[in-house]
Design a binder for this molecule. Structure first.
Ligand code: ADP
Length: 188
């Protein structure tokens, strides 16, 4: 079962991704987590990525595609995977589709978690205080939402046209949202 979690920053992709990973026994691949780990370790990749991340800008496609390609080559993804934070641009989506096709794999569902902008701003403001993420400054949050609207939101139509989009209302309790997602995925 190969899944993509799509949604704006603050939509709860990470939380739902963890739970889905447990329920279905398939790895969650969060490009944000992979990049943050690289930044913490101070690797060359981390040093390059940090410059983009702290501004709320996207890391260049070549960099992120390399990371995902390597991760999807690992054995634990054989029975399925959950992508969180990738693809984020139409170019990344095209690359992913070539990559999976070449491996004889296909995406089952693109779960689009939808949250009104007003609520996102509140959540991201709260998270900044709780987690102290470097890219949760007011300017970086603003920029991430702008980048989402411009670069990532077009993927909603992209996947709808391919018959893969499943819209999930992303408001309510975490359990409610999780149930909406599993109602879709359990049918496979
Ligand atoms: P959020 O969804 O809350 O914005 P993520 O943890 O998914 O945060 O990503 C944090 C940052 O990592 C992004 O703002 C971006 O700089 C970088 N990043 C993560 N995934 C990608 C990607 N697929 N393409 C480019 N940059 C990415």
């Amino acid at each position: 079962m190969n899944l993509i979690l799509l949604g704006p920053p603050g939509a709860g992709k990470g939380t739902q991704g963890h739970r889905l990973s447990e329920r279905y026994g398939i790895p969650e691949i969060s490009t944000g987590d992979i990049l943050r780990a690289a930044v913490r370790q101070g690797t060359p990749l981390g040093q390059e990525a940090q410059r983009y991340m702290e501004r709320g800008a996207l890391v260049p496609d070549e960099v992120i595609v390399g990371i995902v390609r390597e991760r999807l080559a690992q054995d634990d993804t054989q029975t399925g995977f959950i992508l969180d934070g990738f693809p984020r641009t139409v170019a990344q989506a095209e690359t992913l589709s070539q990559l999976t096709e070449a491996q004889g794999r296909s995406i089952a569902h693109v779960l689009s978690i939808e949250v009104p902008e007003q609520e996102l701003l509140q959540r991201l403001g709260g998270r900044r205080q709780m987690e102290g993420r470097h890219d949760d400054t007011a300017e970086a949050v603003h920029h991430r939402l702008e980048v989402y609207r411009r670069e990532t939101a077009p993927l909603i139509d992209y996947y709808r046209q391919r018959g893969l989009l499943r819209s999930i209302p992303g408001v309510g309790t975490l359990d409610e949202i999780f149930q909406r997602i599993t109602a879709v995925c359990d049918k496979l």
